[in-house]
Design a protein around this ligand. Sequence first.
Ligand code: XMP
Length: 333
Amino acid sequence: DWIMGDYIEEAVAKIREQVGDEEVILGLSGGVDSSVAAALIHRAIGDQLTCVFVDHGLLRLNEGDMVMEMFEGKLHAKVIRVQAEDLFLGQLAGVTDPEKKRKIIGGLFVDVFKAEAEKLKAGNQGHKGATFLAQGTIYPDVVESGGTKTKKATTIKSHHNVGGLPEQLGLKLLEPLRELFKDEVRALGVALGLPPEMVYRHPFPGPGLGVRILGEVKKDYADLLRRADAIFIEELRNHRDEATGKTWYELTSQAFTVFLPVKSVGVMGDGRTYDYVVALRAVQTSDFMTADWAELPYALLKKTSGRIINEVRGINRVTYDVSSKPPATIEWE
Ligand code: XMP
């Protein structure tokens, strides 16, 4: 619409003025905020922007490829994909404590990103280096870190946001979404041509599947979980509530699958199976501080469990989490 069109023109002009002919680095995570920031900055300065996408191997099915297809393929933005799965899984081997896992993933993420940013800052062969670091900071983040809001329950689980990075890297900060609320960021993303499915995705934690695989994180577990979770999400999108006409993906605030590293007995054909268990989690909430488990239709649960057990060899039991927050948290770790 024309109002958003005007907003984009203004924002683009502002970015061009601020950046001039200098170069910008942006950490692309696949999440809404960094994606919209990337699309907007790319609209403004094109190839003066380089996105760094750290792929920690704990993303959802095909997520890394989809990020590349969108930003490199469709928008023609410069994107460096750092394939760091081995590094992350290597450091996570043998680690079972959720907070330790978060620290390792968050720490490595910063290290890998910083190393890449240092290279871009240095430049090469007569090509001057980057001087700006762009971040997808949105208004609620600004308010929160300003201490205006009361401290959230972030002490229960450490969330890794990358504070202080521009200073550490000696880069100037570019934050074009600083004045926007989440719904405005989403509308901007759609206006910039990002697919609505990307812009209206449920939130995904920074440590990714690292906190959705209980205990030790292993590649095999991540692969099983990715496939099971993709089925659940697909079925949530396929099932519509008759009363509202909305899909169950839209009717839930966050929905995902959790991998339980325990085996249970099952039967398949003439044989006995002894395979892993997953839990489906779907919640409704307005602020993520409290949440109700979603009363998903049995037909949806039935279809999902049938498909997971039939299509994902290695999983023979599916459970549904009926715990609300509090006292349970949304994630299992
Ligand atoms: P909990 O599990 O605390 O989750 O009820 C509340 C919201 O926070 C998300 N979450 C995280 N996000 N890093 C993140 O970026 C984390 O370590 C993390 N832990 C939980 C969770 O997905 C939910 O939306």
